[in-house]
Write a protein that binds this ligand. Structure first.
Ligand code: BES
Ligand code: ZN
Ligand code: ZN
Length: 495
């Protein structure tokens, strides 16, 4: 998709489809949509009345202009209620409108700047949300649809604005959205790849490629080097697989900052569960158990362009949790990098194991705070559903800033408790700890397991399990969502 800011009038712009908008309960369009309605002698108002157009967020109606204005067709999109209008609504409306344009096979689209003059939003904020919504909404994963040659990205979108002074701000908003959208789309592409393609070494190559075009440093440890690094828990998970593990390290150095944020992504490229084997339903789709890894690698691609003011250490332990004669057994005991022993009482609780070794590595390499992103527990889905990801943190500031960051990219986070008493369920008779509790409160217990390795550093854990894949959500029509990527970028840029 190509996006530009264009100075001009919506009623005069030439395009296949013109996108305008409407608030719920407005019977007569106002602002720029009102001007288009006037140019069409009230056609838009008539359609609203005749079709009983409700204008809920993302509702769309197609209107033919019969050459009354240069635009051939109009897509009218709903913005919902004025009282609840925000950046999310701009993104959702923009995404729905672009999808309607795709259905119409439009190649040249002109759009109103959604939200301009509403709720105190600047032209920059509106442009950023309009552009991000359009790019994420248009995305579809079709790499292996060999017979489908339609390119959903072959579309030119002009954001048309009457006032010349706003054009530069709109351009800046588009530029920022593009960097974020490219990263989210990279994360989606990676998470959507099947496990026979996206192996640990594949992810390592992508990380190298991302870094090679930038100032970001990248090094990858292979199995021998992981052994040298004493990452006993990462090695334990990798034992059952013929796919070699990889440990990816990427580093962005800010010129003058004491602060080094470690971002760590769970890179399980396929999770069979091991001897604690998953069900048929659980196995299908478990290639996306590296969604945290994808978000972290993709985030680094964006940070290389945006140049945050803090240093960032990205760590991605990559491994396949397979089943075979070499696989770890329930009851096995392994040593973590930190020297703590862990009894494996559930081989399907593998994510926390690889994260633990990566967290110890981060601490030893100067991290001043840690964020991990992981598809860690089904319990997070039970607790929060699909539209909200779990956020555990030892820092109130991180809680506030990460939740806020998500608002810019259409992600929702809800803080869950690190309830100390539940840590007792991780006590082992034979080792320093077990990797799995009673099964109750499993998202919390998983977070408490990880906390044991953070050494008291400010830390946040995002349990993304519910939000990684969607059938038809406003910003993701099908497949992996790239969740975590946007919030991570915006959080780091807010520091
Ligand atoms: N990758 C899974 C979590 C998951 C569950 C992802 C469902 C996508 C859909 C993780 O490794 C896992 O298996 N977690 C276990 C933890 C349990 C053993 C405490 C789970 O949630 O069942
Ligand atoms: Zn598992
Ligand atoms: Zn897993």
């Amino acid at each position: 998709m190509q996006l530009f800011a264009v100075n001009g009038s919506l009623s005069e712009v030439e395009c296949d489809v013109l996108i305008v908008n409407l608030f719920q309960s407005d019977t007569k369009p106002q602002g720029a949509t009102g001007a288009v309605d006037e140019a069409l002698s009230g056609l838009v108002s008539r359609i609203i009345a005749e079709d009983n157009f409700k204008a809920k967020v993302g509702d769309t109606a197609v209107i033919r202009t019969n050459n009354a204005i240069p635009a051939k067709k109009i897509v009218l999109v709903g913005l919902g209620k004025r009282e609840t209008f925000g950046l999310t609504e701009i993104m959702h409306a923009s995404a729905a409108a672009i999808r309607a344009c795709q259905t119409l096979k439009a190649k040249r689209v002109a759009t109103i700047l959604h939200g301009a003059g509403q709720a105190g939003f600047t032209a920059y904020e509106c442009a950023r949300a309009t552009a991000l919504g359009a790019m994420l909404g248009a995305y579809e994963y079709k790499k292996y649809k060999m017979e489908d040659d339609e390119d959903c990205n072959e579309i030119l979108v002009n954001i048309v604005e009457l006032s010349r002074e706003k054009i530069e701000e709109i351009e800046q908003g588009i530029a920022r959205a593009k960097v974020v959208a490219d990263a989210v789309i990279l994360a989606r592409d990676l998470a959507n790849e099947p496990s026979n393609v996206a192996t640990p070494s594949y992810l390592a190559n992508v990380a190298r490629q991302v870094a090679s075009k930038t100032e970001i440093a990248c090094q990858v440890f292979d199995r021998e080097e992981i052994e040298e690094q004493n990452m006993g828990l990462l090695l334990a998970v990798s034992k059952g697989s013929s796919q070699e593990p990889r440990f990816i390290e990427m580093h962005y150095e800010a010129p003058s900052s004491e602060r080094k944020v470690a971002i760590i992504g769970k890179g399980v490229t396929y999770d069979t569960g091991g001897y604690d084997l998953k069900t048929k339903a659980g196995l299908y789709g478990s290639h996306d158990d590296m969604s945290g890894a994808a978000a972290v690698i993709a985030c680094m691609q964006a940070l290389a362009v945006l140049e945050p003011s803090v240093s960032v250490l990205a760590l991605v332990p990559c491994v396949e949790n397979a089943l075979g004669s070499r696989a770890m057994h329930p009851g096995d005991i392994y040593m973590s990098r930190e020297g703590k022993s862990v009894e494996i009482n559930n081989t399907d609780a593998e994510g926390r194991l690889i994260l633990a070794d990566a967290i110890s590595y981060a601490r030893e390499h100067g991290a001043t705070e840690i964020i991990d992103l992981a598809t860690l527990t089904g319990a997070a889905i039970t607790a929060l559903g699909r539209d909200i990801a779990g956020l555990f943190t030892t820092s109130d500031e991180m809680a506030a800033k990460i939740s806020e960051a998500g608002k810019y990219t259409g992600e929702n986070y809800w803080r869950l408790p690190l309830f100390d008493d539940y840590e007792d369920t991780l006590k082992s008779d034979v080792a320093d700890m077990k990797n799995h509790g009673s099964g109750e409160g499993a998202a919390i217990v998983a977070a408490l397991f990880i906390r044991k390795f953070t050494g008291g550093l400010p830390w946040a854990h995002l349990d993304l399990t519910g939000s990684i894949i969607r059938k038809n959500s406003p910003l993701c029509r099908k497949g992996c969502t790239g969740v975590g990527t946007g919030a991570l970028i915006e959080y780091i840029m807010s520091l």
